[in-house]
Each structure stands twice: as C-alpha cells, then as structure tokens.
Design a protein around this ligand. Structure first.
Ligand code: NAP
Length: 213
C-alpha cells in the first residue's frame, strides 16, 4: 500500500547522494541522511566520501581509505544506506560534476538528490560547472540549528531562476556535532564518545587519527 502511494506521489524513484569529506563521519551526518531519506522519500542514500577535495588542498585531510572505512563502519546497520568508492578511486581532484555524470549514467531510472552541509552549498557557485550541476539534480542542504538560508535562497532565485525548486533545506539539530570539533577534541584529549558511532571512535583511536594534527 505504502509503495503504491509513493509511486503515485512522484514519477521516478529517488536516490540520495551523501557527499562529504567525512573526516570523521559522526552522528550529525547519519541523522541528516536519515532525515533526508524520510523527508524526501529517498529509496536509498549512497555515501560518497571525497577523494581529494578541490577546496582542501592546503589542509591535511586524513587518507581517503581511512575515511572510507570509517563511513563503512558507521552505516553498516542501516539497510537503506550504501557506500561508494567512486571518488576515492578516481585520480585527481574530486569534482562533484564528474561524480554526478557517472551517477546519472549508473542510475538512469532514479532522480538524484545531492545532500550536503549548507556551508558547503553556500559555496556552490565556486564549484566546477556550478550552473550545470544546479540544473542536473536536486540539492538538499542539511543545516545546523539556527542557520538562516533566506539571503542565499533569495540570491539564487533572483540570479538563477532555472534552479527554482531544486534547492531544499533541512534543519538537522544533530548537526550541532561537527568533524572540526571532533578533531579538536581528540587533539585536546577531550571525550568524543556519543558524538559518533562507537566503532568509528575505536577505529580513529587505533589509527591515532587527529592526535597531533
Ligand atoms: P566542507 O567544506 O568540509 O563542509 C562544509 C560544512 O558542511 C561543514 O560544516 C561540514 O560539517 C558540513 N557537511 C559536509 N558534508 C556534509 C553532509 N554530507 N551532511 C551534513 N553536513 C555536511 O565540505 P566537504 O565535506 O568537503 O564537501 C561537501 C561536498 O561538496 C562533497 O561531496 C564535496 O566533494 C563537494 N564539493 C565539491 C566541490 C567541487 O566540485 N568543486 C567543491 C567543494 C565541495 P562537517 O565538517 O561536520 O562534515
């Protein structure tokens, strides 16, 4: 019954693409993905850790295989979540436009929803082929509590009316958690338990991640 209702609501099944550096993945990301899945009726959410993020060449980002393994540990108990090595296996910088082209070829029957942080989305006009990206798929900006997106939305709608209805916002209270804060806590020997799944906490401890960033 539920499936019949869903088919009637929108023509194509929807696939969520969770793009991020995930250094490390934490409960904010997981809650954002699960909320987006429910809110936008996504059949599945595919996590794609960035390989070499184009905007982070100067900051030391943890090795892609370690970030990938942490995502794998974090999502394994959710059958609606999946993981793709697409960006970490590709040579060179991880441009989202290239990833989306591959995904559209791989999942032609799905409508794609790219989920990422609103802070990242605010920079979208600096991304490679930004205007192309904005007309290719739908975007969901996962916002930290209290984030006001109205100025950005207004600007986008005025300057790029073709993107109308393609950028959505989702307030995610759990995004009070941040990877930057977790890294700083590890460095300062403060507790991080309950901010991220326990297997991920143990993994980063075993690998000495962020100890001396
Ligand atoms: P970032 O600059 O590290 O993150 C910006 C903010 O968004 C941070 O507050 C971050 O929180 C949050 N965030 C990032 N991913 C999120 C997610 N999936 N859900 C909820 N919050 C998230 O951004 P990034 O992680 O490197 O990049 C985000 C995505 O945009 C990636 O897929 C990346 O490849 C893409 N991107 C593409 C280009 C391009 O094509 N030129 C340029 C920039 C970014 P945390 O630190 O807690 O994660």
């Amino acid at each position: 019954m539920t499936n019949m209702k869903r088919v009637a609501l929108h023509e194509k099944p929807r696939l969520g693409i969770m793009g991020g550096t995930f250094d490390p993945i934490h409960y904010g990301h997981l809650v954002a993905a699960e909320m987006a899945r429910g809110e936008f009726d996504l059949s599945k959410v595919l996590f794609i850790p960035s390989g070499t993020p184009p905007h982070k060449i100067r900051r030391d980002v943890s090795a892609a295989n370690l970030r990938y393994e942490m995502v794998e540990l974090a999502i394994k108990d959710n059958p609606a979540f999946d993981l793709s090595p697409l960006e970490i296996e590709r040579r060179g910088l991880s441009y989202t436009v290239e990833t989306l082209r591959i995904l559209r070829r791989t999942w032609p029957e799905y409508e794609l929803y790219f989920i990422t942080g609103t802070d990242a989305l605010l920079e979208i006009f600096s991304w490679r082929e930004a205007e192309e990206i904005l007309t290719m798929i739908q975007f969901i900006g996962a916002a930290r509590p209290g984030f006001d997106a109205s100025d950005f939305l207004l600007k986008v709608q005025q300057e790029h009316p073709e993107t109308l209805g393609r950028i959505h916002y989702l307030e995610v209270p759990a995004l009070a958690i941040s990877s930057t804060d977790i890294r700083a806590r590890v460095r300062n020997k403060q507790p991080i338990r309950y901010l991220l799944p326990e297997p991920v906490r143990l993994f980063l401890q075993q690998h000495g991640l962020y100890d001396a960033e």
